[in-house]
Design a protein around this ligand. Sequence first.
Ligand code: PMP
Length: 398
Amino acid sequence: MSTWRNRAECAIAHGALTNSKRPSAFVDGVYPTHISRGHGAHVWDGDGKKYLDFCCANGTNLVGYGHVTLAEAAFHAYREGSLFTLGSTLEVLAAEKAKELWPCIDKLRFLKTGTEGCSAAIKIARAATGRQEILSEGYHGWADGFVSMTPPAHGCASGGEVWKLCSLEEITKKTAAVIVEPINLDSSLDRKKYLYQLKARCTDVGALLIFDEVITGFRVPKLSVSRLWGVTPDLIVLGKAIGGGLPLAIVGGKREIMECSDEYFVSSTFAGDRTALATFLALSDLLHSSSYQVPELWDTGLYFLDRFNGISELVQIEGYPTRGAFRGHPEILGKFWQECCKAGIIFGASWFWCFPHRDVQNVIEVCEEAIWKVKRGVRLEGHLPQSPFASKVRSPSG
Ligand code: PMP
């Protein structure tokens, strides 16, 4: 057991800050447990061993760890004061930029995390509609209402829950809002059609449509699914990659919804932190430069996925070109990840593609070799990865 792991287990509850970073989420015993630094798409563990990282810090790393332009923007903002007693001129500039990037936003609030953004979105939706019921598809953070969908939800207040969306007919005049990730893994035409139907159903019954674009924001061409597919939600939530590695989230949408009342309470001391707003602005500029074109990232990611999924039926990545999830028998996946990790590649349940991931050929060769070893019956040297999520999800009907 590594020293860092021992020390973490003594000082940090359950040894990790998020479930997805627990040693048990990887091949425990083979994977490193702590990272000391990163550069581009690479990270170094506590012992100085270098790995190519395909988890991208839960999808936050888009242009590379320690990117100089973003680091300078953050440094400059901090040197001039990271947070003020009054609003900052930078937050106004950043809000204007966000409106430009995501035209479904008339008005917004900055927050720090995806959980804050999604919690604010459903609160605003309830305030705007005067209705209570929220229907949801997928994960939207760890707030009580959301997490209470995944029993056992020890410690959650009861009431005010969010129910799982099972069919369009469940959306009624009682529904305040439906919150979905517009693309979770499925970016097919069918999904696009479904989103149009979802939007129409919500409009018919007066329910609001919330797009949780915490992951898709900045990761798809046109920088959001709503823009890419021309489906306009009433509210949008963004997070993860938009801060360029610093914590930043946005909840925004139609003016009459965002300003439905002075009485809803969304308030966060660090929301206006200028370091993250500065990296957001610097990253937005980068994404408009010729070196960081998301459509090109999409193309290289697609090329990687095609090559990867062509290696073996045994291990597949399901998803879209910048984000996916591994599919395969748990034991085979565990052994495959183990061999990749030993060869210097970190894979996890979620797969992310970022700009510095350029060397497709080398990665494919490592993956081919790992599959070959799995087929030859390599021994599992650690424990099989455990899902960070509970598996059951409640629905209004039971
Ligand atoms: N929404 C989605 C779609 C997410 O994937 C996540 C985090 N994985 C969240 C919301 C919550 O974001 P955070 O962890 O920043 O609170």
